[in-house]
Design a protein around this ligand. Structure first.
Ligand code: ADP
Ligand code: MG
Length: 386
């Protein structure tokens, strides 16, 4: 689903109230009855007119054949609510190019009001198809749009919470800037993913740094869980030319006390070994690192896994997200070929949601305004967001 912020500025204060009402109603209703939308939005609001506008822009969807007249929020609507929050807090001013399409996220360059470039990550859980995933297919198939949105929000919250503590503890991660619903904003790392680098001057040194990073994480109670060439960005200092690896992508991060912790730790280590041998023809003489050694001198006063659990990201949320992650088999990006972008009938709920509204968008192709090709300002009505 493409993120098109052009309608953002045309929505009125009433439209925003109604969109927010649909979101609030979605907490208890898969399909939010129109009367409830009206009730939440307030009696002075022209609900029908706003709903028509929102539906035309693909921000809410009417469900056919329902027992009652009702709507549900689409991912487009959720994107708008989130962008509106980020705009109102002066976090994001304009939307630039998409720089990444992950299996379960979209990455955009955005700019803050001073023109500083940042990264906006939108979590899109449920987008991949699970044709190849045998276990837990029913768990995935029976998910509703609302529960995918809930999980996407959890992924963003978890990722943000981890980035905050990791940054504070001096780990090489992007600076987290804001989080809203299923999105987060972070520092843009001017870099290349490790995957795209053919040559390094000193593979032994880089290898050592990456293994140290895995061990340092374990010492504070954490395993990245997807530590590979896609999630390591190599940043070069323009003056000293020194390269530093920056770690990204944290929704699957797990505790060293997880029952399969050793397995995930070893997988992270082996991913790097495999990549270095394939890409740089480099194999270390040293065995390890080993999980048992890494956790031996864990600093119990600095258990970041426990700290994150104590923040807004509760145990229940962690459990909900873990069930999803386990259901997709802890998909690892380095084993890419086992995942596909949604196409098959198995992910019907999700397909529907990611495609809906696109026809409308095409029709709406507005000639009113010439946009800069790579930057849309996220300006609109300055009204509240609940
Ligand atoms: P996914 O969960 O979809 O894998 P990632 O967080 O790994 O999402 O991001 C996907 C890609 O987007 C990365 O491989 C990287 O190229 C780019 N990217 C993500 N975050 C940043 C950032 N902070 N700075 C620069 N590029 C980034
Ligand atoms: Mg990634």
């Amino acid at each position: 689903m493409k993120l098109d912020s052009r309608q953002l500025r045309y929505l009125t204060a009433e439209d925003w109230k109604v969109l927010t009402a649909v979101e609030m109603g979605s907490k208890n209703h898969e399909l939010v009855p129109t009367v409830l939308i009206a009730q939440i939005a307030g009696k002075h609001i022209g609900v029908h007119k706003s709903i028509a506008t929102l539906a035309k822009s693909g921000l809410v969807a009417k469900i056919k054949n329902a027992k009652y007249d009702g709507y549900r929020l689409t991912y487009g609507g959720l994107d708008y609510l989130s962008l509106n929050s980020l705009r109102r807090t002066d976090t994001v001013f304009s939307l630039g190019n998409q720089i990444g399409v992950g299996k379960e996220s979209d990455i955009y360059v955005v700019a803050d009001p001073t023109g500083k470039q940042l990264v906006l990550k939108l979590h899109r859980l449920g987008r991949i198809s699970f044709r190849t995933v045998k276990a837990n297919r029913d768990y995935l198939r029976n998910k509703t749009t609302g529960s995918w949105m809930y999980l996407s929000r959890l992924a963003a919250m978890k990722e943000y919470a981890f980035m905050q503590v990791l940054k504070r503890e001096g780990f090489p991660v992007p600076e987290p800037i804001a989080q809203s619903r299923h999105t987060l904003v972070m520092e843009l790392i001017d870099s290349f993913p490790l995957r795209s680098i053919d040559n390094v001057s000193n593979p032994l040194k880089l290898y050592g740094e990456l293994m140290d990073l895995i061990v340092r994480l374990a010492k504070v109670g954490l395993i990245h869980g997807d530590f590979n060439e896609f999630n390591l960005l190599i940043k070069e200092d323009p003056v000293t030319k020194k390269s530093t690896p920056i770690l990204i992508d944290f929704p699957q991060m797990l505790s060293t006390t997880h029952e399969n912790a050793k397995w995930y730790f070893d997988r992270d280590v082996n991913c790097i070994k495999r990549f270095f041998s394939r890409q740089f023809k480099f194999t270390s003489d040293e065995p390890g690192p080993f999980f048992e050694d890494a956790i031996k001198d864990t600093d119990q006063n600095k258990r970041l896994d426990i700290e994150v659990e104590a923040t807004g990201f509760s145990r229940k949320m962690a459990k909900d997200l873990d069930r999803f992650v386990e259901a997709v088999g802890f998909q690892n990006e380095a084993d890419e070929d086992t995942a596909e972008v949604a196409e098959d009938e198995g992910s019907h709920e999700v397909d529907q949601d990611y495609s809906e509204g696109e026809d409308d968008e095409e029709e709406e192709e507005d000639d009113e305004e010439e946009e800069e090709t790579n930057s849309q300002t996220v300006q609109g009505d300055q009204n509240e967001d609940h």
